[in-house]
Design a protein around this ligand. Sequence first.
Ligand SMILES: [Zn+2]
Ligand SMILES: [Zn+2]
Length: 348
Amino acid sequence: MSTAVAARPSAEADTAHALAHDVEWVPLSIVNVYLVGPRGAGDGEWVLVDAGMPFSGGTIRRAVAGRYGTSRPKAIVLTHGHFDHVGVVKELAAEWDVPVYAHPLEMPFITGRSSYPPPDPAVGGGMMAYTSRALPRGPINLGQRARPLPTDGTVPGMPGWHWVHTPGHAPGHVALFRDADRFLIAGDAFVTTRQESLTSALTRLPQEVRRPPAYFTQDWQAAKASVRALARLRPEVAATGHGVPMRGQEMRDQLARLAHDFDRVAVPSFGRYVRDPARFDERGTVGYPPPLVEPFVGLMAGVGLGVAVGMMTGRKGVGTPHPLTPSPTGRGGTKPGPGPPPPCGGGG
Ligand SMILES: [Zn+2]
Ligand SMILES: [Zn+2]
């Protein structure tokens, strides 16, 4: 393989990140984007799916140049409009002079009309969750470049694929599926690492099918229905927005377990949106529950008191539940069944 960037790279030279003859995985710091279209495809013959973080432009441009030379895509397609999926969408769309497609319910968040509801640090699981209050929640404004995905389910520039509305993590979240080889671009409907942990987000370990990033999921029942719909597709490849893409029976088994046990293993024990989802319509965000400030603060105080009493009396573990997974009687912790959801990626 030549080290020079050819204007039209050869079709033979594929990289370790090729997931199919026409799909390449481009891992960025804590998120993934995908190039769809065969290596060497010309102008208008390929698509960028999602657009990374605000500083992802260089990596995406290098991957594009290595695969497509100087040719431009047909479009950019967004699985949803969260900040880590639209980081450089505005500059790339302008540079390439192409439209950006998303579900109609995501339009308010990419046309400057509405912000997403606040993230929920109370779900716990690591640094990504704990610091999520500071994450940008939009909107960005793509103006006239933003276009709704076709109502017939097709995906512009991606023949053979269709989009599947998978709300829950975001109201207009979509996954992209190709029947011919059962290839699924899942976005954040589910992921393959513990995205709540910064360590896991960066290392993409452990590699396992997991719930959508919890701090930014604001309708858990919709998220469950979406995971179940995707599991029913029995994908051969799952190319997710976070984590390492997975394929084969083991992935399908893990996805089936997540779908079946979603209430127990995915829905947080505690969190702002566990009982009441945020509400959306074509205007964007139209309502969301108040923060769990008082119970949360009270719980933390209770834990502190428990520890203090334990230290004073020399007893271990006096009333010290995990601060973020209260007993089932606590607010938002109404789930029956054994044990807390898994958790909580250590590090992060
Ligand atoms: Zn997201
Ligand atoms: Zn994401």
